[in-house]
Design a protein around this ligand. Structure first.
Ligand code: BGC
Length: 751
């Protein structure tokens, strides 16, 4: 289809109308020109297609078609498995084709800055590398079925409090290293058809009007080719938005913004070419879908099985003292807790799926073993009920082991608002404590979208983190409990001991519509590891029913340049007695001391399945970016020459093998030359060290009393180090004119 040609035939009114939704879920059609409407739907972990236009909503309140609820991102991220996310994407893409949905609104990749964000369940990780890799796999999966995705919410939408107005105040290095890379990786590796801009402001400007964000970074730096749509109701000044690169307003403005666009073009404040570009980008995607329809059928039964298969690989075994798990079939198990009857398997808000079928542990128990159920507490809130507690304690007394199905009730976490604390309901904590006093092994199974404090952690023998595992979560949990499946999930976020330990604690959610990301790049484990802080469970942590040993760590080069790719390989052996999947994590640690850096950062990972006794060699690549940080002076990624440690870990805290590589970087970090450049920076830089000796020493000598840098002792050097060039004017005979000459000379010298 020649889209440019079509745009040429459109009237100004038709073009303006094309830049906002026709209704809650459709783009505008133009019958005169044969332009079809196209439908978009939430996302991300299932299809929330609302069939009736009049009851469309963005909070998951009204009816949607029956669909399959897959595990939410908090769970899928714990798989650390790119193939799994791809596979889930393919299934969702096929469902979209079957249902006539052109763009699935996801994945949601905002970084988990605080455990309190009400929407963390929908987000992948606190780590940008992991979030980016998994998002790219999911997108490639969905889009392999000729259905688009909308990666969201771009950018710095890390809380629900005041989400439609708050300004996230974030410095550029932190944006580039923490809050952007998930989007950047997805754009570079998967080219999502669309990007959804967020509600909030970023450093004072609404994301929907942010030209630097939507054009300079997204399109010019990363090469995004699709269209940007607004989050539902995120538009303020529509004309500014078009100029910034925000193409499609959703759901629309009842025509008010169409008129604003028309008027702006007529008055000349908006160039018609700019509008044409937005329309062209939207139509490219509309036609990409329309011209590649696939004949698919949506089998809810089959996809339910897929949801179960995925859920099994997302569960994280957090504690297994004295091998309390797996359970043995004839052991008498007390099955306690309302979540065994009503599993919490998805979060509230726009991602809420009208699920096909949700089996629960109580229904499944007889297929697995000898379990007796007592509710103990409700899954719906925090109400202590004496009768329920009494009954639970009685059933527990009669058992060999106790399995408590606990979790966060729906109202505790959802889109649209944040959590107030990090605790489970008191009624659950109290019962768990009482159960631990019976002298029988206690296993807690958790259903939650983000970390909880565990006051009973030392008194229970087993902890299974099921997260919000989708509609088949109960089947997956039972398979893990009874050892049908070996757990392989790893935490994609740190579980701090207390909320107060979290780096954003003093700056979340901000006040007066402003939130200061004062912790900078030290988000999640980057902070806890730097502070050597005790945590409940570290990033990357998770147990298995088998054991894995690592050996033979090799790198294919001991010295690399900025252009090289380093190949890291090692052997992984299953030394236990059960088949299992191991997640091998690769962290890089910068030893050059050239910049403030986290202790180590995840830069690759791989999943490997091994039979007992089996060994496989795994290989992971590292490119220059894996070593680099974002230098805001140079406006570029930079890794200083020097030594970097390659760490292979079972979590960010459990590094089991290490080796070193030397990076030779001819590209030296050059000081920015103006009258405030520090003399120390000029001394350190190979290009300017001679200049300091020849041209600056005569001035420095006036107050240090030496004629050459070599004569200066360490203390004298240190005293001069932090002096800006301009300070020579205060302490020497250098005047303004002379200072200007030095600056010009230095600039020439750098060329
Ligand atoms: C959410 C988006 C969602 C949209 C449409 C908004 O409230 O933030 O993630 O895609 O609604 O339902």
């Amino acid at each position: 289809m020649d889209v440019k040609q079509i745009v040429n035939q459109m009237t100004l009114e038709e073009k303006a109308a094309m830049c906002s939704g026709a209704d809650f879920w459709h783009t505008e059609k133009v019958e005169r020109l044969g332009i079809p409407a196209s439908m978009v739907s939430d996302g991300p972990h299932g299809l929330r297609k609302q069939p009736d236009e009049s009851s469309g909503d963005h909070l998951g309140l009204n009816d949607a078609i029956e669909a399959v609820c897959f595990p939410a991102a908090c769970a899928t991220a714990s798989s650390f498995d790119r193939e799994l996310l791809h596979d889930m994407g393919v299934t969702l893409g096929k469902e979209c084709q079957a249902e006539g949905v052109s763009v699935l609104l996801g994945p949601a990749v905002n970084i988990k800055r605080s455990p309190l964000c009400g929407r963390n369940f929908e987000y992948l990780s606190e780590d940008p590398y992991l979030a980016g890799e998994l998002a790219a796999s999911y997108i490639n999966g969905v889009q392999s079925q000729n259905v688009g995705t909308s990666i969201k919410h771009f950018a710095a939408n890390n809380q629900e409090s005041e989400r439609m107005s708050v300004s996230a105040e974030v410095d550029e290095r932190t944006l580039r290293e923490i809050y952007f890379p998930a989007f950047e990786t997805a754009v570079k590796k998967a080219q999502p058809w669309t990007v959804m801009c967020s509600y909030n402001r970023l450093n004072g400007t609404y994301a929907s009007e942010h030209k630097w964000l939507l054009t300079d970074v997204l399109r010019n730096d990363w090469g995004f080719e699709g269209y940007v749509m607004s989050d539902w109701g995120a538009v303020r000044d529509r004309v500014k938005g078009i100029i910034a690169g925000m193409d499609l307003e959703m759901p629309g403005s009842s025509g008010a913004n169409d008129r604003a666009i028309i008027q702006a073009v007529q008055e000349g404040s908006l160039k018609e070419e700019t509008l044409d570009l937005a329309v062209e980008r939207i139509l490219n995607i509309v036609y990409r879908y329309a011209e590649n329809r696939q004949n698919e059928a949506f089998s809810r039964e089959k996809d339910h099985q897929k949801a179960a298969e995925i859920a099994r690989q997302c569960i994280v075994l957090l504690k297994n003292e004295a091998q309390v798990l797996p359970l043995v079939q004839d052991e008498k198990i007390a099955l306690i807790g309302g979540f065994a009857e009503k599993p919490r398997y998805q979060g509230g808000g726009s991602s809420h799926i009208n699920s096909h079928t949700v089996p629960c542990a109580v229904q499944l128990k007889d297929q697995y073993g000898n379990m007796t159920y007592a509710k103990g507490f409700t899954a719906d809130g925090d109400q202590y009920e004496e009768d329920l507690e009494k009954e639970a304690l009685e059933v527990a007394e009669q058992s060999d082991k106790i399995a408590v199905f606990a979790g966060l009730p729906d109202v505790f976490e959802s889109e649209s608002y944040d959590r107030e604390h990090m605790r489970l309901p008191d009624c659950q904590n109290q019962l768990i404590e009482k159960l631990t006093k019976l002298g029988k092994p206690v296993i807690v199974v958790l259903h939650n979208g983000s970390p909880v404090e565990m006051p009973w952690v030392d008194n229970v023998q087993g902890i299974v983190e099921a997260y919000l595992g989708g509609e088949a979560v109960a089947e997956a949990v039972m398979d893990i409990l009874y050892g049908e499946v070996n757990p392989s999930g790893r935490l994609a976020e740190t579980f701090p001991r207390r909320l107060e330990d979290n780096p954003s604690y003093l700056n979340f959610p901000g006040m007066q519509k402003q939130v200061n990301y004062a912790e900078g790049i030290f988000v999640g484990y980057r902070y806890y590891d730097a502070r050597k802080m005790d945590v409940l469970f570290p990033f990357g942590y998770g147990l298995s029913y088998t054991e894995f040993s690592y050996s033979n760590l090799k790198i294919d080069k001991s010295r690399i340049t900025a252009k090289d790719t380093l190949m890291v390989s090692l052997d992984v052996t299953n030394t236990g007695s059960m088949e299992g999947k191991e997640i091998v994590q690769l962290y890089v640690s910068d030893k050059t001391q050239a910049a403030i850096r986290p202790v180590r950062e995840l830069k690759n990972f791989t999943a490997v399945t091994l039979k007992p006794g089996e060994t496989k060699t795994v290989s992971m690549e590292l490119d220059y970016r894996a070593f680099a940080w974002y230098d805001t002076e140079q406006k570029d990624w930079y890794a200083a020459g020097g030594t970097y440690e390659i760490c292979i870990g079972k979590s960010s805290r459990d590094i089991v093998m290490r080796t070193e590589v030397v990076l030779e970087n001819e590209k030296e970090k050059l000081p920015k030359i103006d009258e405030n450049v520090m003399i120390g920076d000029l001394m350190d830089c190979t290009k300017t060290a001679d200049y300091v000796e020849e041209r600056l020493m005569p001035y420095i000598g006036e107050f240090i009393g030496k004629t050459s840098m070599k004569e200066m002792d360490e203390m004298e050097r240190s005293m001069v180090y932090y002096m800006p060039l301009s300070s020579l004017r205060s302490f020497t005979k250098l005047d303004n004119e002379g200072l200007g000459e030095l600056v010009d000379e230095l600039k020439n010298h750098m060329r």
